[in-house]
Design a protein around this ligand. Structure first.
Ligand SMILES: *Cc1c(COP(=O)(O)O)cnc(C)c1O
Length: 375
């Protein structure tokens, strides 16, 4: 039987909640289900304000607008990430400045950030790769000293934490994803998290097409009108209803994913001690969320043979990312600061294994990996 890389997990309550949204007769955004999801995010993550968006990409675009970026302003970020991390800022005319990643967590190397700062630097956008936190204490300290905004791309980080603080609650602004490949899903979906209260009112306005509609509905103004730039970033209630079903099971989903992750981790310990591969590294002060299980192989050639070998058994591991600095748009719109050596090497060597609920045949995957190395 074919083992895909990802299969979206349904809790069983989704259709019932969608039927309720349908019966409520409120299908546009910001109805009862959206409010329920926002309140859950605020309570669970500890964000000052949570606003559902139609994607993490949309939430990142809102971050770029809220940061007040102007053309040629610079945003320091890793190159080893999804395109949206950079695109959101490029859309404002800002320039992503890529620094290399750490060899252990594959997160932005915090020791390289300060030397990348110029008079044009406005923000640092960190990406918590695989739900393992970046070194936020060091990064926030640099940001404070230079007056920079810290934005967390926490697309992969829901239900993970750094020194006891939930990812998404640490930077001034953060973005979550509920894309069907993430831990909690609504097909497409995301959220903006605002931790600095000064951004809350403007975030609501930007999300509502640049109008003060949210203030109007709370009775804080007597008519609503166009007051700022903005766009339509809110999801409809059908999407929020789907997500409401997922968040009720957030602990259960995370625990079950953790069990799968740990099973892989235990299974590949021997291969690692034989020097055949490297497993993920999670620092003791980071609690991850089992978003992803990856292996680092020797080089591009071995990884290509590995993927071919598993595909021959109808198991579908995948690699990523083409580093943004080497992509055509990255070369046009961004620049690098220093060596991208770890980023480039990781991009060639990394492979992600299938990790999904509820009935992944993990024995088949583990057997195929062992067969590749021993067969
Ligand atoms: C998935 C992902 C995104 C984009 O999320 P969408 O909800 O699909 O827009 C952005 N950044 C990272 C690091 C991601 O993994």
């Amino acid at each position: 039987m074919s083992i895909p890389f990802n299969r979206p997990y349904m809790t069983g309550s989704e259709l019932g909640y969608i039927a309720q949204a349908h019966a409520n007769g409120h299908l546009a955004g910001d109805g009862a289900f959206t409010r329920r999801c926002n309140a859950w995010l605020e309570a669970t993550i500890g964000a000052r304000k949570a606003l559902l968006t139609h994607s993490c990409t949309a939430a990142l675009e809102m971050c770029a607008l809220l940061a007040g970026l102007e053309p040629d302003d610079e945003v320091i970020m890793p190159s080893f990430t999804f395109v949206s991390t950079a695109n959101a800022f490029v859309l404002r005319g800002a320039v992503p400045v890529f620094v290399d990643i750490r060899g252990d967590t594959l997160n932005i190397d915090e020791t390289l950030v300060e030397s990348a700062i110029t008079p044009r630097t406005r923000a640092i956008c960190v990406v918590h790769y695989a739900g393992v936190a970046c070194e936020m204490d060091a990064i926030c300290e640099i940001a404070r000293r230079y007056g920079l905004i810290v934005i967390e791309d926490a697309a992969q980080g829901v239900m993970a934490s750094y020194r006891g603080r939930q990812l998404g609650s640490i930077g001034e602004l953060a973005a979550l994803s509920f894309h069907e490949t993430k831990n909690l899903i609504s097909g497409e979906g995301g959220a903006l998290l605002v931790n600095d209260a000064r951004h809350i009112e403007r975030a609501e306005i930007i999300r509502e097409k640049g109008t003060n509609r949210s203030l109007f509905f709370r009775g804080q103004v007597d008519k609503y009108t166009w007051v700022d730039v903005g766009s339509s970033y809110l999801p409809g209630e059908i999407i929020a209803a789907f997500l409401a079903a997922q968040i009720e099971h957030a602990d259960d989903i995370t625990q079950r994913r953790m069990a799968l992750w740990q099973r892989y981790h235990d299974a590949f310990a021997a291969l690692e001690s034989q020097g055949r591969l490297r497993r993920p590294i999670v620092p003791a002060h980071c609690r991850h969320n089992a978003h992803m299980y990856y292996l680092l192989l020797a080089d591009l050639d071995e990884r290509t043979r590995f993927i071919t070998s598993l595909k021959a058994r109808d198991i579908h591991p995948v690699f990523h990312y083409i580093p943004l600095h080497s992509a055509p748009a990255g070369q046009r719109y961004a620049r690098t600061h220093g060596s991208m050596g770890v980023t480039d090497a990781t991009s060639d060597r990394l492979v992600r294994l299938p990790l999904w609920l509820p009935d992944l045949d993990q024995d088949a995957v583990i057997g195929a990996v062992e067969a590749f190395f021993h067969g």
